[in-house]
Design a protein around this ligand. Structure first.
Ligand SMILES: [Zn+2]
Length: 141
């Protein structure tokens, strides 16, 4: 991350509203610093240009890794992963009634839920459960 200029880092965090573009975890509720991630991974030729950068939590970033696409379990088609810079989260996902799980609404949403493991990591569900009980989660916008 030192290659990303401090001013760009600040702009990305502000544009992303200081939360993970995939699971919407806010910086104020996670212990580690949210990471500047490459939408198109560097391993696949993605640049450090601001247009290719967004904010992700370490869990989502680790599971995204160098993936750019995944299989929609419903249509079995391979589709591009959700792009938090150019796409609207609430068009592709919603929260489960209990607020614990991200539900994919579209092929992109469903494929991204699986690829980034947005809804099946027990520790994540436990933490979200505490956030729900505290009234901090799920975000509505
Ligand atoms: Zn995340």
């Amino acid at each position: 991350m030192p290659r990303i200029a401090a001013a760009v880092d600040r702009r990305i965090r502000a544009q992303a509203r200081n939360r993970c573009g995939y699971c919407l975890s806010p910086q104020s509720l996670v212990l580690s610093s949210l990471e500047i991630e490459h939408l198109t991974p560097q391993a696949k030729g993605g640049s450090d240009d601001e247009s290719n950068l967004w904010l992700a939590c370490s869990v989502c970033n680790r599971h995204k890794s160098d993936k750019t696409s995944a299989v929609d379990p419903e249509t079995e088609e391979t589709v591009a992963l959700f792009n938090p810079r150019t796409q609207d989260w609430f068009e592709h996902f919603r929260w489960s009634e209990d607020g614990l799980r991200v539900i994919g609404l579209t092929p992109i949403g469903r494929a991204t839920v699986i690829a980034l493991r947005l809804s099946d990591i027990p520790r994540t569900l436990t933490v979200r459960g505490y956030w729900v009980r505290a009234g901090w989660h799920p975000p509505e916008d």
